[in-house]
Ligand binder design. Structure first.
Ligand code: NAP
Ligand code: G4F
Length: 401
């Protein structure tokens, strides 16, 4: 099934969004420079209509990323008020969440964005103190493994120490909240598959090592301070919202462009690496389930099915009726100093204790992504956002209730 959803001309653009952000209730966003608590703003609007809802609130770092956008969509669909941390950028970085945004003066608005950065600990303290969310999801990170070899210190600071800053902000503000840490199968690195919660960590990149640090400090805050803090050890998960430089999206985007006659070749590195690729919307549901459990614990989230990069290439090109060998070329620049050969997860604990199980496997994932990249091309200059291909997922219209 192909779903084509372009933002209609005249609908809210990214320029509108950023302009509205500037007038929003976010403490750093007001033109006066004075702090105004966004939570007070949200609740106050509901009170003014005599409709005070005691819905949960969540704070998401990394809300502009792949997972953050789906998680925000999921939580808004469940009636949450969602607060997201966004980085100031000289270019727009909110395209994955523009479709969820409402002007904060709208009584129905339940998504609030706040400037900040995981490198700025005092800002995290101020924000958490004002928002006082029920749930904190730490998804922000320099998340690209290859880039972490080029920017190891920055990766350590955002992907590693950033977690400590956020945990400290929770502790210092005395927040009674539940905390989710976006841990990664990259922590297993050289440990052979299948990997589960008991598999030893053997990271093979600065990124993997930073995630191991974050994993352990999250566990330590659980044990030392009784914080409801969990690690979701997620294996690779992909979608039409995946960053364009991760291998699956690079492939499906190239397939769409080659099929449209816009390009002839795509350059890739190691085709032999095996990954356990799942569908991101299902994985954010797993994150949420971890925070609804009776006790805090750590969980592997994976499909349990391994596929090589070559397998994914074949599935994507075949779906578009293309011969991959005519279009895929090798470039050693995409190799890594140390590679993770194979990651295949065993998610039986998540199935037993959370009732979570993947339904989308790599073959159909490649098809979903190729279809979305072809649809995006047809939008030509307008913003395209995918519709989640899962039964029961909130529809865009229902997200704001
Ligand atoms: P992503 O698309 O790369 O998004 C990363 C997010 O982090 C973006 O919103 C980015 O903001 C933000 N960010 C980066 N540096 C930051 C900083 N210093 N301060 C605040 N925010 C910062 O990643 P994803 O695929 O959604 O993954 C979400 C999380 O899960 C990441 O922590 C990732 O490492 C982890 N993870 C991902 C997978 C996977 O397969 N996707 C698997 C396991 C774990 P900008 O938009 O401004 O860049
Ligand atoms: O898509 P990738 O860059 O993802 P990688 O390195 O597995 O990391 C992703 O998954 C982790 C979970 O295990 C996350 F924690 C992390 O944040 C990120 O989301 O590369 C996948 C495989 C690698 O073996 C790589 O060497 O694809 C291989 N590959 C081959 N050619 C390529 C390319 N990777 C990229 N990015 N670009 C290529 O041209």
């Amino acid at each position: 099934m192909r779903v084509l959803r372009c933002r209609p001309r005249g609908a809210q653009s990214r320029t509108d969004l950023l302009a509205k952000l500037d007038r929003s209730c976010g403490p750093n966003l007001g033109r006066s420079g004075r702090a105004a608590a966004p939570r007070t703003c949200a609740v106050g609007l509901h009170q003014a209509r005599g409709e005070l809802k005691v819905a949960k609130s969540a704070f998401i770092t990394g809300i502009t990323g792949q997972d953050g956008s789906y998680l925000a969509e999921l939580l808004l669909g469940k009636g949450y008020t969602v607060h997201g941390l966004i980085r100031r950028s000289s270019t727009f970085n909110t395209s994955r969440i523009d479709h969820l945004y409402r002007d904060p003066h709208d009584p129905e608005a339940r998504l609030f964005l706040h400037y900040g950065d995981l490198s700025d600990g005092s800002r995290l303290v101020t924000l958490l103190n004002e928002i006082r969310p029920d749930e904190v999801y730490n998804l922000g990170a320099q998340s690209h493994v290859r880039v972490s070899f080029e920017e190891p210190t920055h990766t350590g600071d955002s992907t590693g120490i950033g977690t400590m800053r956020l945990l400290e902000a929770v502790r210092m503000t005395g927040l009674d909240c539940r905390f989710y840490q976006a841990s990664s199968s990259e922590m297993f690195g050289a440990s052979p598959p299948p990997q589960n919660e008991d598999t030893p960590f053997y990271p093979r990149s600065p990124y993997g090592a930073a995630k191991v640090y974050s994993y352990w400090v999250t566990k330590n805050y659980r044990e030392a301070y009784g914080l409801f803090a969990v690690n979701g050890i997620l294996f690779n998960h992909e979608s039409p919202r995946r960053g364009e430089t991760f291998v699956t999206r690079k492939i499906t985007r190239a397939v769409a462009r080659i099929a449209a006659g816009l390009e002839e070749h795509v350059y890739l590195g190691n085709l032999d690496a095996v990954r356990d690729w799942g569908y991101a919307p299902e994985y954010v549901e797993g994150m949420w389930r971890m925070l609804q459990a009776d006790t805090p614990d750590d969980y592997v989230v994976a499909t349990g099915t391994g596929a090589s990069v070559r397998d994914f290439v074949v599935a994507a090109f075949e779906h578009a009726g293309l011969d991959w060998e005519r279009h895929v070329r090798f470039d050693e620049r995409y190799l890594r100093p140390t590679e993770v050969d194979a990651l295949v997860g065993d998610a039986s604990k998540a199935k037993a204790l959370l009732g979570w199980q993947a339904t989308v496997l790599p073959g159909s994932l490649a098809q979903i992504m190729v279809e979305a990249d072809r649809a995006a091309l047809e939008c030509e200059g307008r913003v395209h956002i995918d519709t989640v291909q899962l039964p029961g997922w909130p529809t865009p219209g229902s997200v704001h209730g």
